[in-house]
Design a protein around this ligand. Structure first.
Ligand code: 5GP
Ligand code: ZN
Length: 139
C-alpha cells in the first residue's frame, strides 16, 4: 500500500517543502487550517506513536520546534499549536507519523478541545497507577 508522505519525502509526489535534514522533512499542509500550517515527518515510515522509534519521534519534535519558531517569525501569529494524532479515533487520516505546526491567533476558534470527563483526586490517583504500571514494561 502506498504512503503519500513517503512519496513526498522521495519527491515522487509534489509538496512545498520548507525544511529537510537527515531524519526529517517539513512541508506545507495541503488543506491548511490557517495560513502557515506546516507538517513535520520522519523520513523513516512509521504509522503512529505506537509504532515509531522514539528517537525518530524526538528528531521530528526537534524539527517541529524549529518550524514553530520560523512560522511565528514569518506570520506574526500570537501562538502555535504543535500536535499530532494517533489512530482514527484521535482524528488521524494519514498513517505516516506527522506533527502539525499550526499558527494561532488570539480569539480564533479553529481548534477547541471539549472536556468529556470530570475527575476527582482519587480518579487521578487511579489513572496514574494504571499508567505507571504500563510504563514499567517499556523501561
Ligand atoms: P491528520 O488528520 O492525519 O493528523 O493530518 C493529516 C494532514 O495531512 C491533514 O491536515 C491533511 O490536510 C494533510 N494532507 C493529506 N494529504 C496530503 C498531501 O497529499 N499533501 C500534503 N501536503 N498534505 C496532505
Ligand atoms: Zn510513509
Amino acid at each position: 500500500m502506498g504512503c503519500v508522505f513517503c512519496d513526498i519525502i522521495a519527491r515522487r509526489a509534489p509538496a512545498h517543502i520548507v525544511y529537510e535534514d537527515e531524519a526529517t522533512v517539513a512541508f506545507m499542509d495541503i488543506m491548511p487550517i490557517h495560513e502557515g500550517h506546516t507538517l513535520v515527518v520522519p523520513k523513516t515510515h512509521a504509522a503512529d506513536a505506537f509504532e515509531i522509534d522514539p528517537e525518530e519521534a524526538a528528531a521530528a519534535m526537534r524539527t517541529a520546534v524549529k518550524v514553530a519558531r520560523a512560522v511565528k517569525a514569518a506570520f506574526g501569529c500570537d501562538g502555535v499549536n504543535i500536535f499530532q494524532s494517533n489512530g482514527p479515533a484521535a482524528g488521524q487520516t494519514v498513517f505516516h507519523f506527522h506533527i502539525h505546526v499550526l499558527p494561532r491567533w488570539a480569539g480564533d476558534r479553529s481548534i477547541a478541545l471539549r472536556r468529556e470527563y470530570f475527575a476527582g483526586d482519587a480518579d487521578l490517583q487511579r489513572a496514574a497507577e494504571r499508567i505507571r504500571k504500563a510504563i514499567e514494561p517499556q523501561s
